[in-house]
Design a protein around this ligand. Structure first.
Ligand code: GDP
Length: 440
């Protein structure tokens, strides 16, 4: 009776080719996809290093760099020129810090890489979380300059490593940077490698998954090309790009039910409702029905794109753009999960999570972050304090948990959110990360 207010898209349902996506994927033998996050203390040289890597790979041309350098000089910050390659919005540039995950892609012969750039500024930890929650592995940049490494270790270097570990990232490439400032001292490189090994193994990383490369991001030594500085001739190991190529992406859950976290929602010429994100598990094809959680509304895949090319299907590990139909855009938001309507992810309000504590934990209010989703909740109970490495119960129902301990905690959300076992979550309180871990 009366007017129908909702603008439901009632165009005919898109057609499906009914492909066997997994065998299509086998046939296509597409390049390996790998995503990595770049972490480390502020000023360790992360942006400079990534900018230079892209220039040396020929992904960004020297003219672009020149343009950035000019702009940088005009506001008196010439040293930031390369750093700005990854950070192309002028509003952010004038502040001199990288504040969002720039999802930069580059290809080598065998691999298509996505750089999830994680800035080191304290306030920007939420971006690091979004990055780490998608990363297959990490580059940890440490500053070899006298005194700077030690300061970094007390600061974000340690915090980022703990965060990576608790988010299930197990492979780390340590770029020991700015070696030009210490005359390519092998002693300094060895000393820093040993200290980093010490704290990474104490954090629970297996050292067989950690490698070290001596670099200068500013001059481009050992990034793509081996250093030509005679003082660096003691190093004959892999360059940074060789280490990246040697890193296997995490096993993809190709045969599991479809899960994709929406990282962007926008309008496009193909559809008033287009989404993008990484397929975390499963596969999909044009014509498929999808379920969007938490709204619980159905949508259809009108068409999809991979690397700006139209494709018939997508599989876990790929970053895809999906043009949707037959759904009202109000039901779709950044952070939502798109899933298989026959095997949907449930929306829950209570769950246990095995976390690494960064701060004192007790029953308290927390913000729960999963990728780009964040929602209010509270720690209602701490069932157990656990052994950091073995995961066995050390104490039942402790009243509080000290920083750097591992615990099983029970969290209750204010509203139901789509979450399931194995997902990476981070808990924050008062603007700080207090804990991070995996849902049990
Ligand atoms: P971020 O905060 O980790 O992204 O660090 P930036 O990339 O902005 O670099 C911080 C400062 O360190 C800048 O002034 C850079 O020019 C300088 N820097 C970065 N890499 C190197 C390097 O390899 N050698 C030297 N000498 N300076 C570097």
């Amino acid at each position: 009776d009366g007017l129908k207010v909702m603008k439901v898209d009632d165009t005919p349902l898109p057609k499906s080719k009914n492909l066997d996506v997994l065998s299509e994927f086998e046939k296509a033998k597409r390049k390996k996809n790998a995503s990595f996050v770049v972490v480390g203390h502020v000023d360790a040289g992360k942006s400079t290093l990534m900018g230079r890597l892209l220039v040396d790979l020929g992904v960004v041309d020297q003219r672009t760099i020149q343009r950035y350098r000019k702009e940088a000089e005009s506001i008196g910050k010439s040293s930031f020129a390369l750093a700005w390659v990854l950070d192309q919005r002028s509003e952010e540039r004038s502040r001199g810090v990288t504040i969002d995950i720039a999802t930069n892609k580059f290809d080598t012969d065998a691999t298509s890489f996505t750089i999830l750039d994680a800035p080191g500024h304290r306030d920007f930890i939420p971006n690091m979380i979004a990055g780490a929650s998608q990363a297959d592995f990490a580059i940890l940049v440490v500053d070899a300059t006298t005194g700077a490494f030690e300061a970094g270790l007390k600061g974000q270097t340690r915090e980022h490593s703990l965060l990576l570990r608790s988010m299930g990232v197990s492979r780390i490439i340590v770029a020991i940077n700015k070696l030009d400032t210490v005359a390519w001292s092998k002693e300094r490189f060895d000393e820093i490698s040993q200290q980093v090994s010490g704290f990474l193994s104490a954090t629970g990383f297996q050292l067989k998954n950690v490698s070290y490369v001596p670099v200068s991001g500013l001059h481009g030594d050992n990034l793509v090309n081996a250093s030509s500085d005679p003082a660096a001739s003691w190093y004959s190991g892999n360059t940074l790009i060789a280490e990246l190529e040697n890193s296997e992406p995490m096993a993809r859950a190709l045969t599991k039910p479809l899960r994709m976290t929406i990282s962007e929602v926008f309008r496009s010429p193909q559809s008033p409702l287009t989404i993008s994100g990484r397929i975390d598990a499963g596969s999909l094809q044009a014509g498929d029905a999808l379920l969007v959680q938490p709204s619980g509304e159905k949508a259809y895949v009108k068409s999809l794109e991979l690397d700006s090319e139209p494709v018939d299907w997508g599989v876990a590990g790929q970053n895809v753009v999906i043009h949707l139909s037959n759904i009202d855009p109000i039901h779709v938001r950044v952070g939502d999960i798109v899933c298989d309507p026959k095997q949907p992810i449930a929306c829950i309000d209570t769950f246990t999570v095995k976390v690494l504590a960064f701060d004192i934990l007790m029953p308290m209010l927390v913000d729960v972050h999963r990728g780009r989703l964040h929602a209010a909740g509270q720690i209602v109970e701490i069932p157990a304090l656990l052994d950091k490495v073995k995961g066995t119960v050390l104490k039942k129902k402790p009243k509080i948990i000290k920083p750097a301990s591992v615990a099983r905690i029970l969290v209750r959300m204010s509203n139901k959110v789509p979450l399931e076992v194995g997902q990476r979550v981070v808990l924050r309180s008062g603007g700080h990360t207090v804990a991070a871990g995996l849902l049990e």
